[in-house]
Design a protein around this ligand. Sequence first.
Ligand SMILES: *Cc1c(COP(=O)(O)O)cnc(C)c1O
Length: 504
Amino acid sequence: MGSLDSNNSSPTQTNVPKFNPLDPEEFRTQAHQMVDFIADYYKNIETYPVLSQVEPGYLRTQLPENAPYCPEPFEAIMKDVHNHIVPGMTHWLSPNFFAFFPATVSSAAFIGEMLCNCFNSVGFNWLASPAMTELEMIVMDWLANMLKLPKAFMFSGTGGGVLQSTTSEAILCTLIAARDRKLDNIGVDNIGKLVVYGSDQTHSTYTKACKVAGILPCNIRAVPTCIESDFALSPAVLRGIIEADVAARLVPLFLCATVGTTSTTAVDPLSQLGQLAEEFDIWLHVDAAYGGSACICPEFRRYLDGIERANSLSLSPHKWLLSYLDCCCMWVREPNVLVKALSTNPEYLRNKRSEYDSVVDYKDWQIGTGRKFKSLRLWLVMRSYGVANLQSHIRSDVRMAKMFEGFIRSDSRFEVVVPRRFSLVCFRFNPNKEHEPVYIEFLNKKLLDSVNSTGLVYMTHTIVGGIYMLRFAVGATLTEDRHVISAWKLIKESAEGLLRKSVF
Ligand SMILES: *Cc1c(COP(=O)(O)O)cnc(C)c1O
């Protein structure tokens, strides 16, 4: 069609430059610039306020109302990133980020993600990219072995694992598998009788998953926990609740136990809960989103004791295993139950491999159909660092948390509220034991605001058992001892400032 190109009669064809969204040379130049930007960002990250100081709606006033009609140069876009985007970022990768749980990263995972984006394969079934499915199966078995999971959770045994995006999806998928198996026995008309269990410390996403799965809100039980048992789920209390449900002709379905609760890293007693689950034919899922990663170290593996009684387990390496978002590992003991609940078989995806060979089609292990080559990240992390370095990464975070805990304990005006297990310290400022609880809460809220408003450190809080406490979560990838030491100094000085200001 050379004659069309040389025909200059159409203004739209001559004015708009030829557009190639994936020009290899343009990609090379811009990607190199972007890598430089990222490396500089990581290098200078301490110069930014950790918690963004912008007001809601700030960005609308700074960017145009409409997308540009004509292309804009890369340099102009990067200038806006610098001027408008970075100031609105809360810097999760800052070494002074101690809020929530850290979202840990690594060069290896970043590079793995680059490779994932490079292929952009949409590996819903085996044939859609055999390497994608097979590497994921291998990586899931590798991590299962690192965690000393029973063979029943591995492809090399009778189970298997899959990469989900988040814990929410992992819980939803296992819940649907459990639900459908139970309904096969008791009939779909009885869905209103299904009851699910957790503690009042179970992550809020569990309730959401239960609602999505059609469990009646009145059948979602949150067992109360207390400070005397470190906010762990009590098997005895749970038994009483289950027995009452059974007596009321309801049908126990699912129990979500947690290894490392979000508020305070409580660990539910898996062995005893597993026995109870077996007795009442309940599907036991273990949510180890954060704490599970520590179990690659022999000294922490005890927190997964009893896992052999569970039906499924989820753990998010995007929290503590250096993998970038999003990456949630989920293992199941009976893949066929999961696949039966989630499989689809449309004509346009049919192929000989899926029909005649016993291949894994991961679309039947998740909610969606399309999926990324996420296992590359974990594969690169495990190979680049080895188990030895991953273990020392966990140990180093725990050591820094212990150091912070030591600072708190060394100052009688502060107290550790619940025992530290992993790398989270829950503490509060309590300078005068005669104060009313409301006043202590007020003081700690003030302390948190005052610390966070400096932009030097970012921490968050929780309320458990009616107690308002501050959470100091160590483990952002770039955090070193000196950051923990400075944070403690800042907390102490801010608290002293509050005392000077307040009237007694
Ligand atoms: C963080 C957390 C979640 C949510 O995890 P995502 O994988 O990020 O969705 C669930 N459960 C626990 C115990 C958590 O700490």
